[in-house]
Design a protein around this ligand. Structure first.
Ligand code: NAD
Length: 420
């Protein structure tokens, strides 16, 4: 059983319950659970910003370090009106297990500012970012806690954080954030990394299920960074991407969409809606299409108890964070859908963030082929580790991924001797 979010249970409570399920399956005792379950450090900050009007507006910001057991805390910064302390705590917790699943030497962290970045001018966004970075300065640093982009934060915002940090210490520190512009110590391949990771883990799933990639029908909800890059890789690999969507519409072509043409169309018009060689379908029809692979790559809670019964995909690849609710998980499980859980499927982004940090710290940069080759190795190994638990322990893939991640953090905690 997986925990179910209800009106009374928020994302953090669900994260705690899912921790207990994995800890039960691993047989962790109460003392060890007490050591690794909860955030190590939580900071809530006031972010006063001078708006273009001259008025000062106060925003609230957070930085949570869930774990530094396996290395510095690592995790993005989100700018969104719905950011709450509990959401940041939940996301920080997931980052801990995600970094452990792909076995990179980081713990988990997350940050956020409750704001609507779309309503801010560029100047306001810069002032908000620099003030927030100053406020969380005591926590961050290349050896302590390394932020990155998340929802509505960009390479430019990472550049401002890097600059604010560097001005405070008096010398340039590239490794304090990842997801930076290439000109400021960013890594080649970082922008494509999440989509690539989705592709590699799906490929591994298809090999496991003995499904050929050639001709496989793929559906992608959310044609943004992760979704469009994954779609293009499926297309290049010979699969048929039959439907894609964004907030403005869903498009379908039974013979397969010309993905590079859809990308060019979206670049020109801002949306996939209206792409000429396709028909328009409704969002609920897209999720219910008969296909080999469904990639939810938009936001959380896309597949719920209300629509999970209609899903006809053989594989669901969770490019987004939390796109399938725990209740939908149970329904999909019963239907025999093979799920690649988010902490495995979308971990390509944090993996190349790790590569970026390694390159920054060593002042030695790799070519793109090198980055992609290393990413493929990490993702396919992580997939095999999770699959082995799924097969040997007869648990679903989500629980298997949590068991791998939480098991590694527990073991690191044990050998560090923090646990008496
Ligand atoms: P993005 O903003 O580039 O793309 C999101 C896309 O989803 C947009 O095209 C948007 O129009 C579309 N969308 C939003 N709501 C939709 C809906 N209801 N129906 C259909 N389309 C909808 O964001 P992204 O970076 O691609 O991130 C997507 C998801 O992947 C998020 O959940 C994010 O947390 C997760 N993720 C991203 C990365 C990364 O490196 N980009 C890493 C890990 C996880």
């Amino acid at each position: 059983m997986l925990a179910t979010p209800t009106a009374e249970k928020n994302a953090y409570e669900v994260a705690l319950e899912n921790f207990d399920l994995a800890a039960d399956a691993l047989g962790l005792d109460d003392s060890l659970r007490a050591m690794i379950k909860y955030p190590e450090r939580i900071l809530c900050v006031s972010v006063p910003v001078r708006m273009d009007s001259g008025k000062i507006v106060r925003f609230e910001g957070y930085r949570v370090q869930h774990s530094t057991t396996r290395g510095p805390a690592k995790g993005g910064i989100r700018y969104h009106p719905n950011v709450t302390m509990d959401e940041v705590k939940a996301l920080a917790t997931w980052m801990t297990w995600k970094c452990a699943v792909v076995n990179i030497p980081f713990g988990g962290g997350k940050g956020g500012v409750t704001c609507n970045p779309k309503a801010l001018s560029l100047g306001e966004l810069e002032r908000l970012t620099r003030r927030y970075a100053t406020a969380i300065l005591p926590l961050i640093g290349p050896e302590k806690d390394i932020p990155a982009p998340d929802v509505y934060t960009t390479p430019q915002i990472m550049a401002w954080i890097m600059d604010t940090y560097s001005m405070n210490v008096g010398y340039p520190v590239h490794g304090v954030v990842t997801g930076k512009p290439i000109s400021l110590g960013g890594s080649l391949g970082r922008n494509e990394a999440t989509g690539r990771g989705v592709f590699y883990t799906t490929l591994s799933s298809m090999q496991h299920l003995k499904l050929p990639l050639g001709g496989a029908r793929v559906v992608v909800q959310g044609f943004g960074n992760a979704g469009s890059i994954a779609a293009n890789l499926f297309h290049q690999g010979g699969a048929q991407v039959i439907a894609v969507s964004d907030t403005r519409g869903c498009i379908y072509n039974a013979k397969g969409l010309d993905v590079p043409a859809v990308i060019a169309f979206k670049e020109r018009t801002g949306s996939v809606a209206g792409f000429p060689e396709a028909q328009k379908i409704a969002p609920e029809e897209l999720l219910a299409l008969d296909c080999e692979v469904l990639v939810p790559a938009a936001l959380e809670n896309a597949i719920t108890a209300d629509n999970a019964h209609a899903v006809r995909a053989r594989i669901i690849a969770e490019a987004a964070n939390g796109p399938v609710t725990p209740e939908a998980d149970r329904i999909l499980d019963q239907k025999g859908v093979f799920l690649i859980p988010d902490i495995l499927c979308n971990a390509g982004g944090v993996t190349v963030s790790y590569f970026e940090w390694v390159q920054d710290e060593n002042h030695l940069f790799w070519d793109e082929q090198d980055v992609n080759g290393r990413l493929e190795k990490v993702m396919t190994r992580a997939f095999s580790d999770v699959l082995a638990v799924h097969v040997n322990k007869r648990v679903n893939m989500r629980l298997a991924a949590n068991m791998v991640g939480i098991g590694r953090v527990a073991e690191a905690n044990r050998v560090r001797g923090l646990y008496p």
